[in-house]
Structures are given as structure tokens and as C-alpha cells.
Design a binder for this molecule. Structure first.
Ligand code: ATP
Ligand code: MG
Ligand code: MG
Length: 376
């Protein structure tokens, strides 16, 4: 099998690392540079996008902000999994919010804003505090405004108006009520073309400066897992989804609210590389290539720490029991996702102890007080 991945970053690389044992060959399309590249070796294959589309068996995507000029020929080939509409739902919060409402799943109350009048009306109707998010192109907390006071309301509007005006009619913003959550969790799972669904155990996520810093696979919480799987199924079926899908939730005293979806493998699922027999990357390849889905059960307590903006870490981390290090081969830039560290242990106490050790050796992870952060 030959799979073309739209996007050539670390997710394409890790998909490729999981595809090889399945005898699946991967080529990646670098959307920004308009060239085809092998996502592990970095070799260029010289093909055009259309040639690659014609030659492959399946097309998939590692990010949701894909230009229509790429999405349309990919969809037209009949090989794109998940569908262009599923990818668009992840890339435009207007479509995403409509999807969540249509699937009847709880999400933060919101308004779509194109004009100053709509801005004022949203504030009057929803009240403060509010979070404003650009409909398109936001990630890692970028393209957001937090409105807590009337002063924030006044300062933010000119900036928001400028973003909308510069977008040539493409952009709007979504205003969302501020959710007072206890913690953020996510569910990663897959649906195959036969409609079979498998999900991983829920993951608890901690962000620092809007970027994911730590994910911990939750010990079994049957009720919460069940609640999330019902929501996952509703969204996946609504989209007739094929592949791995990620859903971010706010946990409000045991009630799950959907924050957003990602129509792809997800940073908060990287721990599955060591935590499960079938990782999210393996699961995605199986789902899109028409194979049986793999074993998504947790082998032992596992967590992940992101490596942001650094291209080396203390050598002592490599020597810790239960620790694996995954680099993405990217050049160093402040705050950039450069790699991650997976940590497994025979018990949650041991897992927290090893996370604390990594945190001491790698203070850049910025995990201040683990006892506050990890609420298992
Ligand atoms: P990602 O990198 O996960 O795609 P993003 O830029 O798409 O991020 P969101 O996930 O929507 O942004 O928001 C970033 C973070 O802001 C969330 O993880 C959460 O901590 C906070 N946040 C977002 N929406 C709300 C909300 N309605 N109420 C409270 N906090 C929120
Ligand atoms: Mg997002
Ligand atoms: Mg998010």
C-alpha cells in the first residue's frame, strides 16, 4: 500500500514510522513548499502533487488547515480519508461548532462574529468573560483574545477587525463563554470504513502558554470513558469518519464539554507509542488502509512531556527506567515542538516519580507543581 500524507511535519514522520511494519509506504506532501518528501529520510521524490495523488492508494492529512487547492484534487481522487468535509470541520470553528450542535454534543455557548455589531451583541448576550477565537488557522492557543473586562472588549476589537478585514472574506471569529473546567482531557480513537470504533483511554492534558506540555493516560474511569466514547461515536458517525480522530474536552465536575476536535493523530496521543500495543499512528494507518483496528488498551501507566524549543536534553533522561525519547528532526526555534519524552511505569506512583525526575532534569518543560497538575 502507498499512502500520501498531506503535510510533512512530525505527525507525518511518526505515521511513517508506524506504517513501515505494516508494509505501508508513505510519501508526504509539504504544502508550504509544494513538494513531495519522505517524512523520515527527507528525500525528495520530484513528483507533483497530482502525480502523487494518482499513484497512491490512500490519501490522509496530518493537519486541518489545508488549502482548498490541495483538498479538492485529493477529495476528487476518492482516496481521501478522512473526508474533506471532516478535515474542513477541524479547520474552521464555524463548521466545527455546527457539527457539534448537529451531533447533539455539549459545547461552550458561542456566537459567530463578522462585524462590530455582532461583536457587541455577542458580549451583551453571552456576558464576560469570553474567549474569542479566529474561525480558521488557530492552533496552540494562537489567534485568541480573552475578554475579562470592558477595557479588554475595547482593545481587542480593532485587532479582531484587522484580522477579519485582512482575510478577504475568509475569516470570522467565534466568541465562546469561558468554561470553568476542573481539567482538560482528550479522547483519541479511530473509526474504520466498516464503522468499527476503538478509543484509547482518556488522557489528561496540561498546557503551558497555550501549548500542550504534559499528557497523562488516565487510570480507568469507566463512567467518564463511557461518556467520552458516546460523544466520540456521535461525532465520528456524523462525519462518516475514517481514521484517527481526536476530541478535546473540558471536564466540569464529571460532565464533559467538547472544546474542539482534530481530524488527525494528536499531540495528546503520543503516549500511545509506548502505552499501548497499537499506537495512535498504527491505529490511523490500519483505519485508513481498511485493516482491522488494533489493541488500544493501556499496557501500563504512561505519560508524555513535550520538548519545546530545545534540541538537546540532559543525557540522564535517556538512562531513566521506562523513558523513551522521540525527536522530530526539526531545526531549533523558540517554543517549537521539537520532540517528546514518553514515560511508562508499573504504577501511577512510580509514573509520577519518574515525571518528577524528568521535570527536574528538564525544567524547560515548565511543570511547576505536579501534585496540582495531575488529578488522576
Ligand atoms: P490546539 O493547539 O489544541 O489546536 P487551539 O489554538 O485550537 O489549540 P483551543 O484548544 O480552542 O485552541 O484553546 C486553547 C486553550 O485555551 C484550551 O486548551 C483551554 O485551556 C483554553 N480554552 C479554550 N476555550 C476555552 C473556553 N471556552 N473556556 C475556557 N478555556 C478555554
Ligand atoms: Mg485547535
Ligand atoms: Mg485545543
Amino acid at each position: 500500500m502507498k499512502v500520501l500524507v498531506l503535510g510533512s511535519g512530525q505527525l507525518a514522520r511518526m505515521l511513517c514510522l508506524s506504517a513501515t511494519p505494516l508494509n505501508i509506504h508513505i510519501e508526504a506532501y509539504d504544502v508550504g513548499n509544494d513538494w513531495l518528501v519522505h517524512p523520515v529520510s527527507g528525500h525528495f521524490n520530484g513528483q507533483s502533487l497530482q502525480q502523487a495523488i494518482d499513484e497512491c492508494d490512500v490519501i490522509t492529512a496530518e493537519f486541518e488547515h489545508i488549502p482548498e487547492a490541495v483538498l479538492i484534487p485529493a477529495e476528487a481522487s476518492g482516496k481521501l480519508k478522512p473526508s474533506a468535509d471532516a478535515i474542513r470541520a477541524g479547520g474552521d470553528r464555524r463548521i466545527e461548532k455546527a457539527l457539534l450542535d448537529n451531533a447533539n454534543v455539549r459545547n461552550a455557548d458561542y456566537r459567530i462574529i463578522n462585524t462590530e455589531a455582532e461583536y457587541q451583541q455577542a458580549i451583551a448576550e453571552l456576558g464576560l468573560p469570553l474567549i474569542i477565537k479566529t474561525a480558521k488557522e488557530g492552533y496552540d492557543g494562537k489567534g485568541q483574545w480573552r475578554l475579562k473586562s470592558d477595557a479588554d472588549v475595547a482593545t481587542a476589537w480593532p485587532q479582531i477587525a484587522e484580522v477579519i478585514a485582512a482575510s478577504n472574506g475568509q475569516q470570522a471569529v467565534v466568541a465562546e463563554v469561558f468554561v470553568n473546567f476542573d481539567r482538560e482531557i482528550s479522547m483519541i480513537g479511530a473509526r474504520n470504513a466498516a464503522g468499527k470504533i476503538k478509543a484509547f483511554p482518556l488522557t489528561q492534558n496540561h498546557h503551558s502558554d497555550g501549548v500542550l506540555a504534559l499528557s497523562v493516560a488516565l487510570a480507568e474511569q469507566a463512567e467518564l470513558q463511557q461518556q467520552a466514547e458516546v460523544i466520540f461515536t456521535a461525532i465520528a458517525e456524523q462525519l462518516d469518519y475514517v481514521g484517527v480522530l481526536a476530541i478535546e474536552f473540558f471536564d466540569c465536575q464529571g460532565q464533559l464539554l467538547v472544546n474542539e476536535i482534530a481530524p488527525r493523530v494528536h499531540n495528546s496521543g503520543h503516549w500511545t507509542q509506548q502505552g499501548c500495543f497499537s499506537s495512535q499512528f498504527d491505529l490511523h494507518m490500519r483505519a485508513i488502509c481498511g485493516m482491522q483496528l488494533g489493541d488500544t488498551r493501556l499496557i501500563q501507566p504512561t505519560a508524555m512531556i513535550n520538548i519545546l524549543g530545545e534540541d538537546t536534553i540532559d543525557e540522564a533522561i535517556y538512562a531513566l527506567d521506562g523513558v523513551t525519547v522521540h525527536w522530530y528532526g526539526k531545526s531549533k526555534r523558540a517554543g517549537r515542538k521539537m520532540g517528546h519524552i514518553n514515560i511508562s511505569a508499573s504504577s501511577y506512583d512510580q509514573l509520577l516519580a519518574t515525571i518528577a525526575q524528568v521535570n527536574t532534569l528538564f525544567p524547560a518543560a515548565g511543570l511547576a507543581d505536579l501534585s496540582e497538575i495531575v488529578k488522576l
